[in-house]
Design a protein around this ligand. Sequence first.
Ligand code: GLN
Length: 255
Amino acid sequence: MAAINICHLYPEHLNLYGDRGNVLALCRRARWHGLPVNLVPVQPGERVDFAWCDLLFMGGGQDYEQKLVAGDLKGRRREMLEAIEQGMVILAICGSYQLLGQYYATFQGDRIPGLEILDLYTQAGRRRMIGNIVTRCSLWDPPRTLVGFENHAGRTFLGPSLRPLGEVLSGHGNNGEDKTEGVVYKNVIGTYLHGSLLPKNPWLADFLLEKALSYRNQHFTLRALDETVEAQAHRAAIRLTKTRWQKLLSGARKN
Ligand code: GLN
């Protein structure tokens, strides 16, 4: 029988702005789909069984917490890279998204080493990039909007081999300059969207569940779930951005 195994990495250290809600959303939606889920929280120093894990979740953390977990994370690099290349699914938010890259350089000049798995780096600026954010994401055809809340000093720049998760319609995104937001590499998604992300963008939760199923060649069809409340939350987040995009989006496909 199909089932999904989820590891939640460093839940005590990396849990900003409701990031834990993403794990709750994954588990709850899986249950509504009739899909059993096994969830294992992993603290620093504890083993992750990458042969068992289908989907790894890592939340956001401020500079202090990032420093605390960076060394522990580095020790997992080889196994993690192997699993990523095979198709393990990862959702990494903000601080942990940054740690998938080369480094995160703080504004004070500290350099926190990243996993060097993805060709991206992050340099903190003086001004934090804070607020609601709306992006257009091409994981679907036609593209769908993703909404969230961002709060980061880091400006992330992707290398040429990487593609962003979305295009910024309103907000700052990766660096406030190039209109990109997040990253996609194989089944790894990195993003600055807190919020929590998945309750307000349930199509992304289902996307991750589907990828986790196909990673292990499990055949299971997700049900069409009633998303009235989630769609309301999504539209409310778009309204909150109060930008010129608001009009455009309200007329677009009803998410
Ligand atoms: N410390 C990082 C930054 O400010 C990440 C913050 C976060 O995870 N919200 O860029």
